[in-house]
Design a binder for this molecule. Sequence first.
Ligand code: SF4
Length: 357
Amino acid sequence: MLMKILEKCRKRSRLSKEEIVYLLSRTDKRQTEQIFAAAREARQSEFGNKVFLYGFVYFSTYCKNDCSFCYYRKDNENPPRYRKTLEEVVETAKELRESGIHLIDLTTGDDPYYTGHPKRLAQIVKEVKEATSLPVMVSPGVLDTEGLKLIRDAGADWYALYQETHRKSLFELLRLGQSYEERMFIKAYARDLGMLIEEGLLTGVGDTLDDRAHSFGEMGRLQASQLRTMTFIPQEGAPLEGDENPPFEDELMNIAVMRLLFPDALIPASLDVEGLEGLEKRLMAGANVVTSIIPPRKGYAGVASCEHDIDDGFRTVEGIQETLGRCRMEKATAGEYEKWVADRRKCRKTWSSIKCG
Ligand code: SF4
């Protein structure tokens, strides 16, 4: 059955939900390797051996929300709280550009200082864009429609807003007190404004195989251009602190199956889960973007692994080179990434995705 499903993927035929669940449920090493190899083949046919690198600037760790899985939730007194100045953000973005990254990912908690005053956010986007000439992703939490227009007009190419799960009952246990519909609406609105969307799944938090397959269908319907999946890591001071550390295999399988379903999407291998140590297996599962590259010793945090590998300089362009070489991948040029973004924004209606369910 596995070979038949992989052959359908090669032909880019629609998979049923049952077939997707079948892929996700493989645990035998020989079979998982076959799935990862098929995912790498799909990536190769769309992107060759090129990988895109994202610099991560987490410029405000304040948040008004209380997500049950998150270290930075409002009620947690443990995390460092900071709000970097405009000058600090621009300087960091310039430094990241010099190091060779392709995109600046400007992230905050859901901080009312910005979400309530989106002009402040737009000013940061504009100045980072002017200083670096790089594509910019903005991940500020839920904005209103006017706020979105402001950041788009300031030059934001991407809007990232993770649902974590598309099973509403689970969403309500994770994103406490937040509206599922509002989050989905504003992403679709950003897409219709011409921005690219990044959607994200958290795995290992009670999500079933069926939930994960359901999410892939929703991500396709959203026409998200970048699909992220990360493993839940229990966080000190959060309600799910006492949960067991889930294995990383489900995240790897999510990456591979998303690659098979959406061969032309960007799929990150995040350094924010296991640091540099986990990069190779994520690339070998079919990822084609390295995210959470952070300048060392500048006082910037990661999200899920807030300090891991940052000040050692392993989460840098230089720090990942050896791993890229082992995976026979190489950094794309800035022009290649910019062209991909421009083409994708122009040709949204022709995306070759949604082949599930
Ligand atoms: S996941 Fe985001 S919105 Fe939720 S508590 Fe953490 S920083 Fe805030």
